[in-house]
Design a protein around this ligand. Structure first.
Ligand code: NAP
Ligand code: 8YV
Length: 322
């Protein structure tokens, strides 16, 4: 029997291909001499896409009319037009849950690094400056501070759980109030006013672009710390640079940027930033768990036409009821 044909447009964690060995024929697009010719020749055979980066929109899917599922690596799927996919009867899956702890650990690490200036202090030691005197005291401590979580979802809740033992209190802003023991702020600006730390964990994409703008940063205030482990597009990066330069906020810890892998150049030179190269989920065990979930979605689809973790936009489609 012919195996189902799966397109992998960009390189992915190798565990995806390993998990799919013998399950499907995998076309690794980036390895082909003439990818367009192969896409045209096999357009009616390719039934699934394993997506690990790159834009997947309506035009892309129109080239591949037999595709019924796009299994995406990562919980954020802002590079995939899931609504356009649904219009074409294509289910999109992501990898929720398996990375919550890892990303929450990264968020707390980034918060500690930023509030206590740990990377700057380490550079001070490495530069031989300790001999000339102690590293300056940092202006804020974490205990007793208030954290506003923009996006109290799976990862946001895992961050809240970790923040409590640090003596940090939680408030949040989502579009919808949740049944949780934390104060809810229907307005993001009001949340920013009320807290010392703004932790961003909402999805990226057009609907959240520049939600954190100059007004929100002003509301966070001169002792405020911004942490972003979600998507760079959520923050107006120029407004953030201006706010950091003018001490409108105290500091920022960023794992994500508007234009990856090229952060705004001023972020690199400002003294009050801590910058990570999008490593929120970047451990071998967690990336392997994400890869396994990508493969499990495809296997389940081929075995029983059922997606394991469809995104909300796909929920009305057959095989995606959860
Ligand atoms: P989730 O469980 O879906 O939580 C997202 C939360 O954001 C929900 O509580 C949602 O509540 C809220 N939200 C959505 N749109 C909003 C808006 N316009 N305004 C205010 N709140 C909004 O997602 P998750 O699994 O926690 O992941 C969150 C994001 O983290 C992902 O989408 C991804 O971009 C990012 N991420 C980054 C890394 C990394 O490596 N740095 C790793 C994993 C994930 P409402 O629906 O009530 O608004
Ligand atoms: C990954 C992420 O870095 O899951 C997400 O949304 O941003 C990260 O876990 C990303 O999926 C690409 O590898």
């Amino acid at each position: 029997m012919d195996l189902p044909v799966v397109l992998m447009p960009k390189p992915m964690n190798p565990a995806v291909a390993d998990d799919l060995d013998g399950v499907c024929e995998l076309i690794k697009l980036w390895e082909l001499d003439d990818p367009d010719a192969v896409l045209d020749a096999r357009r009616d055979e390719i039934v699934a896409v394993a997506a690990g980066g790159g834009l997947i929109d309506g035009a892309f899917l129109d080239r591949l009319p037999a595709v019924r599922i796009v299994a995406s690596f990562g919980v954020g799927y802002d590079r995939i037009d899931a609504a356009a996919a649904a219009e074409r009867g294509v289910v999109v899956t992501n990898t929720p849950g398996v990375l919550d702890a890892e990303v929450a650990d990264t968020a707390m690490g980034l918060l500690l690094m930023t509030a206590r200036e740990l990377p700057q202090a380490e550079r001070y030691l490495r530069d031989g400056k300790w001999q000339t005197g102690a590293y300056p005291l940092t202006p804020v401590t974490l205990s007793g501070r208030r954290m506003g979580i923009l996006g109290l979802g799976r990862i946001g809740q895992a961050i809240a759980d970790r923040a409590a033992p640090f003596g940090i209190s939680i408030a949040y802003h989502n579009r919808h109030e949740k049944d949780v023991p934390y104060p809810y702020y229907p307005s993001l600006v009001d949340l920013a006013h009320a807290v010392d730390i703004l932790m961003i964990v909402i999805p990226g994409g057009d609907s959240t672009r520049h939600l954190v703008d100059a007004e929100v940063l002003k509301a966070l205030g001169p002792t405020g710390i911004l942490i972003n482990v979600a998507r760079g597009s959520i923050v107006d990066e120029q407004a953030l640079v201006d706010a950091l330069r003018t001490n409108t906020i105290l500091s920022a810890g960023l794992d994500v940027f508007e234009h990856e892998p090229t952060p705004h150049p001023d972020l690199l030179t400002l003294p009050n930033t801590v910058l990570l190269p999008h490593v929120g989920s970047a451990t071998t065990p967690t990336r392997n768990a994400m890869a396994a979930l990508v493969a499990a979605n495809l296997k389940s689809w081929f075995n029983s036409n059922t997606a394991l973790t469809p995104v909300p936009e796909s929920m009305e489609l057959p095989g995606a009821s959860g």
